[in-house]
Each structure stands twice: as C-alpha cells, then as structure tokens.
Write a protein that binds this ligand. Structure first.
Ligand code: PEP
Ligand code: MN
Length: 438
C-alpha cells in the first residue's frame, strides 16, 4: 500500500461506488506509461539549468483541459502560442527556454467550495472532467471513476499530437518566427514590438546567410505537466523504472502540488516525495520561509537543482512584500530550487457580470514584481507559469488588443479559471522579453 494512504488527502472525489473505483484503478495499472522515465530525467536536467540561472522556464496552458477540447485545432493553437512565446523569450533572455505545457493531464481541479448554488439549487461543484461533468445537473455532478480512464486516453491522444507537432516539422523556428512577424504586423497590440521582431529577423537572416541549418531549428523539446491532484490516478500511473529502480509518475513529465493540497503532513506531499519526476509546488501569499525550507527537506533532501520548482502565486499587491524573505531564507539554506511566477491565481476577481476574471495589468505587474525581487537579491527569475489558450477568448480583461469587462460574455469558454487569449499571451511574452532585457 502506498505510504500516502495513511495520511489525509485533501480535495479527493467522494465516489459513491468504491468497487467501481477499484476496478478502474486495476485497469489503469495495466495501461502503458504516457511518458518515459528517461524524459522526466531529461526535464529534471533542463530545470537544473534553470535553477542555476542558465535557462528560463515557460509553463502554460489551460486552467482545466476538457475532454471536448481534445481536438487538433485546440491543441495546435495552444502549442503554437507557447512556441511563439518561447521564441521571443529565447531571443530576449539569450538562454534556452524550457517549454512545458499545462497539457495532456490537466483535467482535475481543486475547488474552494464543495458546492455551488444557482437559482436556489445547490449541487456539488465541478471538479474537472476527470471527476464529474460540467453541466449543472445532479446527474452530471456525481463523481464517476470511469472518467479516470477517459483522462488517460485524452492525455494519450493529446500527447501524441503534441509530439507530432513539435518533432514533425510544424514547430520549425523559421515558421514560428513568421507567425510572430505576422502578430506584430497585423494586430494593433503587436506593433509596439516591431523593433524586437526586427532584431530577431536580423539574427535569423544572419544565421541563414552563414548556412546554419541546425536540427534545433526543426524540432522542439516540449514537456507535459499537470497538477497531481487525484492520487488514485497518479498512483495507478506510478511505475518502477527498469533502468534505475526508482518510482516515476508516468502520467506526465512534471507534476505539481497545488496551493490547496500542500499540507505538510498531507498525502500529496508524501506522494510527491516518493517519485523521481521534477516536482512543482504552488506557494501562495501565506507561505512562511520555514514552510518553504520544510518543502525542500521533504521533496528535495539531496538539494538537486531541477528537482523542485517553487511556483509562486502571491498576487500583484503582495509579491514585493512576501517573496523577498522566502527567496532570501531559501538561498541562505544552500538550496537551489527553480523560482517561477504564476501571476494568474493571486489576481482573480469576480466582475459585476458574474464572470471570474483577471486584469492583464495585474498579471503583468506581478511578473514585474517577481523580476524586481530577484534582481534586488541577485537570484534568478526562473520563469513564468500562465493559464492561456491559443484561441481568441474573452476571459481576462485588458491587453494591447483590449478586452473590456463588457466583452467578457462574448467568448467566455473556460471550464474553470480565466485564461489569457492568444494575443494577450503574445503580449505578455514580448513584455517579459522587454523586462528581461531592461
Ligand atoms: C491552478 O493552477 O489551476 C490552481 C488551482 O492553482 P493554485 O493551486 O495555485 O490555486
Ligand atoms: Mn487555475
């Protein structure tokens, strides 16, 4: 029996039929791994470079993937947006950008409230497609373990297409650069980035003139990550690696522990401590330096750069106040985690229309605060973790191609939190690039 079973596990579904769950888990245990343990090691090494200040992490994707969203167009648009952001950041930072999607497994959501009330009717909350249905009906909201198998298959098909796009020619840097030029030329928000785009263009022309045509231009390393929330699923996909004898959670390359499940004596931390994948942990504004040090002790006792990523999500109004002590104390302890900013989750509010939203300016301000703190302390601002989509949705307000509060209803499609749309995501990449250089 895995050791986490003896500990309290927050945010787990209450399945009405435990035998049905056990049958599903047995089936999942017989399914092949979704990723190879060696790839997890490779990502750990890449993140080690981020921890040492030699690379930058770009992690992004949906708040919640949905089974309906497993279509070529959706996946292509997300990958394309991340690749475009990656190209801009690579040029500006002059270091490799490690690209990790919130993709191929991000189907489970922790929730602040167990129930939801609409027009006087109260039902269990939606907890992600891996647990129950989004429709506001009693039937849909019953947790169904069969959904864990759909999660596996949806993850497998997504990953398959992502691998095809990133290694099969679609991700060629010249193509990605052409898309960025198109964004700069044709969108009202893109024009202010003309200078940066021209510099990239010059660099590309120079390399072309030199006859450089490296393999790295044609294929891209791209990794998959999700929140390790449902421990029955993650455990069923945890396998002993035949090469090393270590346990790996082969449901994704990197998994993270969320703000609501990071209890020190809880099951999630215990689970994560047993697998060799790179592990992320979300740190909200109440995190104390002592807690951060204890996470290092629990999850990274060997102090191995790349093993542990602190994904800080404090809120634009708190980051400059709370982050410095954390970074200082952790650095003084000799540990070298990757520091990443999640500028989304501390900046959510409800608009008068009832839509959960975020202001692009708050998102940007939290990223700025994150860079300022690291600059001040001489530590490395390792990367950004964002909720985005490749589609032109209207979920966050602001951005160069401005979305107003009154626009939110037009294309509000997220199954959970509001995401940056395509143009807001590219905006963010160019602005972070300017920050990096500035
Ligand atoms: C999320 O990443 O979607 C999420 C729920 O974040 P957090 O755990 O930081 O609240
Ligand atoms: Mn979210």
């Amino acid at each position: 029996m895995p050791s986490w079973r003896a500990l309290p596990a927050a945010q787990q579904p209450e399945y009405p039929d435990q035998e049905a769950l056990a049958r599903v888990v047995t089936e999942l245990e017989s399914f092949p791994p979704l990723v190879f343990a060696g790839e997890c090691d490779q990502l750990r090494a890449r993140l080690g470079a981020v921890a040492r200040g030699e690379a930058f992490l770009l992690q992004g994707g949906d708040c919640a993937e949905s089974f309906d969203g497993v279509g070529a167009d959706d996946i292509r648009a997300k990958v394309k947006t991340l690749l475009q952001m990656g190209a801009v950041l690579t040029y500006a930072a002059s270091v490799p950008v490690v690209k990790v999607g919130r993709i191929a497994g991000q189907y489970s959501k922790p929730r602040s409230k167990p129930t939801e009330t609409r027009d006087g009717v109260t039902l269990p909350t939606y907890r992600g497609d891996s647990v129950n249905g989004f429709d506001f009906t009693e039937e849909a909201r019953v947790p169904d373990p069969e959904r864990l198998k759909r999660m596996y298959h949806a993850s497998a098909s997504t990953l398959n297409l992502v691998r095809a796009f990133t290694t099969g020619g679609y991700a060629d840097l010249r193509q990605v650069h052409a898309w960025n030029q198109d964004f700069v030329k044709s969108s009202p928000s893109g024009q202010r980035y003309e200078k940066l785009a021209r510099e990239i263009d010059n660099a590309m022309s120079f390399m072309r003139a030199c006859g450089a045509d490296p393999e790295e231009f044609r294929t891209v390393e791209f990794y998959a990550s999700h929140e390790a929330l449902l421990l029955d699923y993650e455990t069923a996909l945890t396998r002993t690696d035949s090469r090393t004898g270590h346990l790996y959670d082969v449901s994704g390359h990197m998994v993270w522990i969320g703000e609501r499940t990071r209890q020190m004596d809880g099951a999630h931390i215990e689970f994560a401590s047993k697998v060799r994948n790179p592990i992320g942990i979300k740190l909200g504004p109440t995190t104390t330096p002592e807690e951060a040090l204890e996470y290092i002790e629990r999850l990274d006792p060997e102090r191995e750069p790349g093993r542990l990523t602190f994904i800080v999500r404090m809120g634009a109004d708190k980051i400059r106040d709370r982050l410095p002590t954390l970074v200082e104390k952790v650095t003084a302890s000799g540990a070298q985690p990757v520091w990443v900013t999640d500028p989304m989750h501390g900046n959510t509010f409800e608009a008068a229309s009832g839509h959960k939203t975020r202001r692009f300016d708050d998102v940007l301000d939290e990223v700025k605060g994150f860079f300022e703190v690291h600059k001040e302390l001489g530590t490395h601002p390792g990367g950004i973790h964002v909720e985005l989509t490749g589609d032109d949705v209207t979920e966050c307000v602001g951005g160069g191609d401005e979305i107003f509060v009154d626009d939110l209803h037009q294309r509000y499609e997220t199954a959970c939190d509001p995401r940056l749309n395509r143009s807001q995501s590219l905006d963010l990449a160019f602005l972070v690039a300017e920050m990096y250089r500035g």
